[in-house]
Ligand binder design. Structure first.
Ligand code: BMA
Length: 380
């Protein structure tokens, strides 16, 4: 007890010395989770943590090779953030919707954490009314699963599975590994059953709050940081329209992808800059961490995309992390594509044309990869 009290006081003092103490939305968040949250604020001026979805699991033409990583293959160093996806966990499936076995995912999460990296999890849950996938927008699914809805009990049973998965994530000392949980993302789009075209702000907020309360109170999952994550928005009001409240959110983020031909216009970097302006302002006001939760240019047809578009758009904005989406490799059979440069044999010219440019981003000093993340001791 004495030791615990002493550690608590020491921790609090450290935070005071460093200035502001940031409060996690979950007041019962584990010490490690609170430390991560505060450290992410502390390191904001140090650079942007670079992340990649499914990085340790597969890339173009390979899967599940111990120690292999898409980012490490490209630049010689692992990323600072690892993203994973829970879709189909709610069905008791062995594999997620992208064919990653959940048992392996748990190991990868531990591996990334042991390297000093940050873990984030998304959830493309199936439509609870139709049983079809997350992109099926038929029915009033959100209304059906919030308290009072006819599928509420089903949704609770899904959260039981999410809780069981996350409660299985422990480090070597037996402590829970903190996870940035990003459910019901891209809500300002029109393609998921939780998007703004198929649910009202009140329904969405009720869903978020129930999810938060059920996980943290009923299931005692106290190692999650919650990330709110619209896609398109043009104003602060637009960003905040579905925001469930400061007591339910730790991270404010958005997703933004490149489409079309970026060689003859500045749309991507201009819009990214504009949205990051809004995001960083609103995050500061609410004492939340700002982040770019998903980005990329599928197959990187513009070889200088990383420096001329992504880095340019991010500019000097202080954001916590920038997370590149997954490479669709052989894992689900079809649709091979990549968001990170690959040296794989599927690229006919040998080395990816975007490789050098990605390397420039790597050595730019604006981004944090494995080594620096470890040195920054994000969990201490
Ligand atoms: C999407 C695509 C899908 C994938 C989903 C969940 O954006 O990459 O292929 O199933 O994310 O990871």
């Amino acid at each position: 007890m004495k030791v615990l009290l002493f550690t608590g006081i020491l921790f609090f003092q450290t935070m005071l010395i460093q200035g502001q103490v940031y409060q996690t939305a979950n007041k019962k968040a584990s010490t490690t989770t609170v430390k991560l949250f505060n450290n992410l604020f502390r390191v904001l001026p140090e650079g942007v943590l670079f992340g990649h979805q499914d990085d340790l699991a597969y890339g173009l033409g390979w899967e599940y090779i111990p120690g292999k990583s898409v980012v490490q293959d490209a630049v010689g160093e692992y990323p600072a953030m690892y993203g994973w996806e829970l879709g189909d966990l709610e069905l008791d499936a062995v594999f997620n919707l992208d064919s990653v076995p959940f048992t392996k995912m748990k190991q990868f999460i531990k591996e990334g954490y042991n390297k000093g990296g940050v873990i984030t999890i998304s959830w493309h849950a199936n439509n609870p009314i139709t049983g079809k996938n997350a992109w099926d927008i038929s029915g009033n699914a959100v209304k059906a699963i919030i308290p009072g809805g006819e599928k509420h009990a089903l949704y609770q049973s899904w959260l039981d599975k999410v809780a069981a998965f996350t409660l299985d994530l422990k480090n070597d000392q037996g402590e829970y590994i903190p996870v940035i949980f990003r459910p019901f993302h891209e809500l300002t789009g029109n393609w998921f059953w939780w998007c703004q075209n198929v649910c009202t702000p009140e329904e969405y907020k009720a869903l978020w709050r129930f999810t938060f309360d059920y996980l943290t109170n009923t299931k005692q999952v106290n190692h999650l940081l919650f990330a709110y994550n619209p896609e398109k928005f043009e104003t602060e009001d637009g960003f905040m329209q579905y925001y469930p409240g400061d007591d339910y959110v730790d991270i404010m983020s958005f997703d933004f992808y490149q489409y079309g031909d970026p060689s003859n216009n500045s749309d991507f970097e201009n819009t990214l800059d504009k949205r990051l302006n809004i995001l960083t302002e609103v995050a500061k006001k609410h004492k939340k961490l700002p982040a770019l939760a998903e980005t990329g240019f599928m197959n990187i047809p513009y070889a200088e995309w990383f420096t001329k578009k992504l880095m340019k758009g991010i500019g000097n904005h202080q954001i916590s992390y920038c997370h590149l989406w997954r490479d669709g490799g052989l894992v689900n059979g079809t649709g091979k594509y990549r968001f990170a440069p690959s040296q794989d044999h599927f690229i006919p010219v040998g080395r990816d044309p975007a490789f050098m440019d990605f390397y420039k981003l790597y050595i730019s000093n604006k981004f944090i990869f494995e080594q620096k993340a470890r040195d920054l001791k994000l969990y201490q």
